[in-house]
Write a protein that binds this ligand. Structure first.
Ligand SMILES: Cc1cc2nc3c(=O)[nH]c(=O)nc-3n(C[C@H](O)[C@H](O)[C@H](O)COP(=O)(O)OP(=O)(O)OC[C@H]3O[C@@H](n4cnc5c(N)ncnc54)[C@H](O)[C@@H]3O)c2cc1C
Length: 479
């Protein structure tokens, strides 16, 4: 290809002149009415141009910025060279879920924030996440799977509880070492939050299914509808089922509530329930599916993280006429990725910053009609240095709504931990595990992901899964 010949011989200086290749996206007025993915992906030409912006630093800060240590300059240069087979192998060497991470990882605070290209005033860092998405999508479109040769069976059996990013990673890594791995998943489909939480328009579900198929090809068995702690407990897995080790990656799926008056009104939902209905149960297709959903004409979302943005943008697609995000802090303090706020705004979502919900208001029949909010301002910094929101006298704002979705975080679900002896928890109910190995206080039991970290990120859950797999493998070698 003429372009490849040209670009691979560009000097560092010339590469610096290539402008950022923007990710093509579906137009807001079209995507508002459908659940199709918003990002459309780079063409090969766009990917090679973007990858060529990397100046191949000798000591690349981006690799240190990546929680799983992907050799970023190498996989980018392989894209520039057109050697896509090698490029995907470089990525797979460190991550099992590049198509997922390319889409949902907060690269802007990880690998991209330290990119040397972006240090120059007015110049954007290399779009590493977009390129990770490109190479993973290319592999999927080409039917290439991450299935390396597996060593002979070690005869050891490991049970993994939960099929989110932590469980998927630990299962894949252990299977590649020749161990027999079985995943036990409580829901009727595997994938964790990737499936039931993050909506289709941000992460298409066939991508998650493709990654899970690759896992099955490695010999991993996935058993759904198995609530560990109810149907079977961890001691039974170890003693009666004969597993040599257990990894617990059950996430943090218990929604937090505001504990304000009116929270029990008809029309008030947790984001977890709302998104699970819409994503996993496909309620947007009711009555063709069994699960209904309250679409809501006027919707209030309480909270401003990624989960809140997902709920708001889902409400838009379900036909809401007005969607209002209510957050007690400022836009700059919002925990959501900026791109999510940007996409939500493009789709017509309104933002009410420095507003704290104090009461849900209902009509005589117990249906929600509005939410009353206290107006806030920023006060003194807290212990962490972040300015605390404080009330502005008795100034209030009333927001009309027939649907309110609470998205203020989740906590550890005690269902499994309450019935497992010897598993020490911290004061928030998360499992205490060694941060380097994931080893818990219970013999033969490891844990990782949100159940140990609290609500975190996909890549951190994967990183913990990887560390735990290494530790479990070392332990099994001593047996
Ligand atoms: C709506 C939403 C949007 C998000 N967006 C982003 C984002 O853009 N970027 C990002 O990096 N992170 C995001 N996150 C956070 C991220 O998804 C989580 O940090 C990550 O999924 C945690 O992985 P995990 O494997 O620890 O747990 P999970 O993904 O929660 O998976 C745990 C699995 O365990 C199963 N389980 C629970 N209890 C049991 C039991 N007793 N027995 C058997 N199985 C059980 C659950 O059903 C679930 O399938 C988002 C989260 C949500 C809810």
């Amino acid at each position: 290809m003429e372009f490849e010949k040209e670009v691979k011989y560009l000097t560092k200086k010339e590469r610096r002149k290539i402008p950022l290749q923007h990710m093509p996206e579906m137009a807001p007025e079209i995507r508002k009415d459908c659940f199709d993915e918003v990002t459309l992906g780079y063409s090969l030409h766009e990917a090679q141009m973007e990858a060529a912006r990397c100046i191949q630093c000798k000591d690349p800060a981006c690799v240190a910025g990546c929680p799983v240590g992907i050799n970023i300059p190498k996989f980018l240069e392989e894209i520039v060279e057109g050697d896509l087979d090698s490029s995907i192998d470089t990525v797979w060497d460190k991550t099992a879920l590049p198509a997922v991470c390319g889409r949902v990882c907060p690269q802007e605070i990880q690998c991209e924030i330290v990119c040397v290209v972006g240090k120059k005033k007015g110049v954007e860092p290399v779009a590493i996440g977009n390129l990770e998405m490109f190479i993973a999508d290319w592999a999927r479109a080409s039917g290439i799977k991450n299935n390396p040769a597996i060593p002979p069976s070690t005869g050891k059996k490991i049970a993994v509880v939960g099929s989110g990013p932590a469980g998927i990673t630990v299962a894949g890594d252990l299977a590649k070492k020749g161990h027999k791995v079985t995943i036990y998943e409580a829901l009727h489909r595997a994938g964790g939050v990737l499936l039931y939480g993050i909506p289709e328009f941000r992460l298409a579900k066939d991508i998650v299914d493709y990654e899970l198929d690759a896992l099955r090809d490695l010999g991993v068995e996935i058993k759904c509808n198995q609530v560990i702690g109810r149907t079977i407990d961890i001691d039974e897995l170890l003693e009666e089922y004969g597993y040599d080790a257990v990894f617990v990656g059950v996430g943090a799926g218990l929604p937090n509530f505001l504990n304000i008056p009116g929270e029990d009104l008809n029309g008030v939902f947790s984001a977890n329930e709302y998104l699970t209905r819409a994503n996993l149960m496909k309620a947007f297709d009711f009555p063709n599916v069994d699960t209904p959903i309250i679409a809501g004409r006027k919707v209030a979302i309480l909270g401003a993280g990624n989960v809140a943005m997902d709920a708001a943008r889902t409400a838009v697609r379900l036909g809401a006429k007005s969607v209002n995000i209510v957050y007690r802090r400022t836009r700059a303090q919002s925990p959501s990725r900026h791109i999510e706020i940007h996409h939500a705004e493009e789709e017509g979502v309104n933002f009410h910053f420095l507003r704290s919900p104090i009461e849900f208001i209902g009509d005589a029949s117990g249906r929600l009609v509005g939410v009353s909010c206290q107006v806030m301002e920023l006060g003194e910094p807290d212990e962490g240095g972040r300015q605390r929101p404080i009330p502005v006298g008795d100034e209030h704002q009333y927001i009309d709504c027939d649907l309110a979705i609470i998205a203020i975080g989740t906590s550890a679900n005690p269902l499994l931990t309450n019935v497992t002896e010897g598993l020490e928890l911290n004061r928030w109910g998360n499992i205490q595990a060694d941060p380097k190995t994931g080893k818990t206080t219970k013999d033969k039991v490891w844990a990782g992901g949100d159940i140990t970290l609290g609500q975190a990120t996909v890549i951190l859950a994967m990183g913990m899964g990887r560390d735990a797999a290494t530790s479990i493998d070392e332990y099994l070698k001593t047996k």
